[in-house]
Write a protein that binds this ligand. Sequence first.
Ligand SMILES: [Fe+2]
Ligand SMILES: [Fe+2]
Length: 461
Amino acid sequence: MEQAQQPGLAVEECVRRLKRYHYAFKRLHQIFTARITAEPIYELKMGFSLHAHLCAEHTSALRQRVGEMREPPLGLEAVPDPNLALFFDEILAAPSTEELLVGLYEKAVPALKAALMQQVRDTNHLIDQPSVRLCRFALLELEDMLEFGTKSIAALTSRNNAEGKGMLATETRTELLDDCLAASGGLDGTQKPIKKTIKPCYSARPYQYDRVPKRDERFPDPYNMGVNAEAFLYDPKFPPQPKILMMFYKRLREVDVPEMMASIITETSGKPWAYYRDMTRQLWDEARHAMMGEVGFASLGIDWPKQVMINHTWSLALNTQLRPIERHAVLYFIEQGLMPKTGKRFEWEVGQASNNPLSASFQDYDWADEVLHARIGRDWYLKEFKNPQEAVRYGDECWSRVLMNWENWREQGLTKHRNWWPDVYKAACRYWGITPDPTVLAYSTTYQTIRADLKELTGSA
Ligand SMILES: [Fe+2]
Ligand SMILES: [Fe+2]
């Protein structure tokens, strides 16, 4: 009764603040997405994928709430304060992973968290319940993000210390970010802005998205295309059990999908917000698929960074050779091919037949995710074409145009396309306590002439 009798915030003030949280989530989504591709550290790539998705979801929820508060035109694309814009521009343009993490997890996320907590304190819980709900829900996930960020910074700090490297971020740098917030009256604009002209530092020049994927030391042979997973998986002469290894490999290799989708999202402007939300949901699903593969190998005691050569050739080729719409075309072409009998249902059946419940579970959900991705493709890619056939044909054409320099990479010494399969298969057999099957052990088909969709010539998702 006591809380409900407080007048709380006027609708106008409430909307003004909600728009600032909306702006913060939207910019965070942009930064997380844009920094996935060229971030070498595997866990950060995966973490950024999740955090981009969470921020996109909260952005959507806030847009909807603002729309409910007699506000058309909504003005959701307006920048609420130039200093707030500068704050996020500086984080986006941070030249190192360390400075990026400090900006995100020590400045932006805590500031947003403080603002949402203030909102919950200031507004009336009865008359503004829908906003309170959004804030509490967002706070739950901001807390998760903060925990991940804090642990990541601690891990990076101890690694840097061990390697004798310097500070994570300079004093002047964190001061600049603090000044941006202070000059905009705090993230929610409820404080008296300090009077200060802030000079951009890293964002003095327009931010340049880096579309070349980078990987850390757990990807020692990133051009290796020496083991064709699909040719093995779809060959009926091979038994189901070893096929789950190929499926774990295929899943983990999906690290390249967030790398590639981040480039489409970052380099495509002017779409309705729902486009960015849907595409980011898919991006996160693909990151989950990659982690399923990682967990799969761990479940069999296989040390994947040393034994399984996960390449980055697909995202590298697509990001550097195709325009954003052409990359989307390739993605759509591959994913619509995953729906028939030989696709995701088949992988689930293999998982079931292999007596490995974990693999069956992975494939069960992978299949469900893929149906969602097909819907996202229909909503956002297909509509650009006269008919579905034309859209598929264009996807095939774009993929055929991509140069997979199998032989070139070998000649340049970038890889030997080493056949890592026999060693991984033998390791799994030791785990299973069985003798390796000579036919399976002898498998040595590469991607030199056969593409991942088994088209002669060479993907993911
Ligand atoms: Fe996937
Ligand atoms: Fe997918």
